[in-house]
Design a protein. Structure first.
Length: 323
């Protein structure tokens, strides 16, 4: 009897299920290899079939009670592990293929694996069944991390073109993954990472172009800015190389013929890119960055040197807008 005084009847269910599972195991022993063969066959035809097989297996396992089909559950757990191993092998090989790009130094333009990944990701999404999201997200993380690391190594193989390679390939990644990144959180994370890296590379490249074309102007400004931390503003015009006469020389060498200088900067930026599509947005960034720097320069001149004659920011904008 139980504490309430009721008779306790023997529970034969678990015993019967155990007997049934033992009988099933004895009856179906050896059939596991046939299931493994089907998984291997599907993998050879298309490795992405692993995604749907994994999802279907997971879905069945989550819907069944552990004691109701013990032998079947064990078989499906083994299959799930085998499918995961097969898919991991496919992802590892894909990563190795990406890393082989490092050997092809001095590459320009869009690296082949960028558009290929977009196609692969689209196909992978089509195979999702049940709870396969985690399997795919881990694959995305490994693939894209390898892609970005390889891109960085290839870009830095040539210091002269490092930022151009980064700009063009991060832009291509964003363009090709835009639609998927809107619906797949893991890809959205990498999309934003690519966007940040793109903006950083743009800033570096544009700044280098501006300083290359207007080196004397902004070098003078930089020297003044550095001195403002150590001496009073009114003392700066009396420092060697920073007098009013020095300022006038810099202005005379930099601002006359400004259209020609801006045109040279325009053509240099255009020449560095292999992708014409990126040029308009980059040139807009370049004009904005230059105008911001020039406005800071004008403010510095007014603050330190008083009413020195200098082209206004509005005039400079008019010259920039001609291109």
């Amino acid at each position: 009897m139980d504490p309430d005084g009721n008779d306790i009847k023997p529970d034969n269910t678990s015993v019967e299920l155990g007997t049934l599972n033992d009988a099933l195991q004895e009856l179906l022993d050896g059939i596991q290899e046939d299931f493994y063969a089907v998984v291997d066959w599907a993998y050879k035809i298309d490795p992405l079939r692993c995604i749907s097989m994994h999802g279907i297996t997971e879905r069945y396992l989550s819907s069944q009670k552990a004691d109701a089909a013990g032998f079947v559950r064990k078989l499906l757990h083994d299959l799930e592990s085998r499918i995961s191993v097969q898919f991991s092998r496919f992802i590892d090989e894909a990563c190795h293929q990406i890393e082989r790009n490092e050997r092809n130094v001095r590459q320009t333009g869009i690296l082949a694996y960028i558009p290929r990944f977009a196609v692969l990701a689209s196909r992978m999404e089509q195979y999702i069944q049940g709870q396969s999201r985690d399997l795919i997200d881990k694959a995305y993380t490994k693939l894209v991390s390898t892609m970005f690391a390889t891109l960085d190594k290839i870009a830095h193989s040539d210091p002269k073109t490092v930022d151009i390679v980064l700009i063009e390939n991060y832009a291509a990644f964003q363009n090709s993954l835009y639609d998927l990144a809107n619906v797949v959180p893991t890809l959205a994370k990498f999309y934003h990472e690519a966007s940040e890296s793109y903006e950083q590379a743009c800033t570096r490249h544009i700044s280098s172009l501006i300083y290359l074309q207007f080196e004397r102007l902004f070098q003078f400004s930089r020297k003044v800015d550095e001195l403002t931390y150590t001496i009073a503003a009114e003392e700066i015009p009396f420092q060697l190389g920073l007098s009013k006469t020095d300022l006038r020389r810099v202005l005379k060498s930099s601002l006359p013929g400004i259209e020609k200088s801006i045109g040279a900067m325009y053509r240099r930026l255009q020449k560095t890119l292999t992708s014409d599509e990126l040029f308009p947005s980059l040139w807009d960034k370049c004009k904005k960055e230059f105008l911001d720097k020039y406005e800071s320069f004008v403010q510095m001149v007014t603050r330190i040197y008083g009413n020195e004659s200098i082209m206004s920011v509005a005039e400079m904008k008019e010259n920039l807008d001609k291109f």
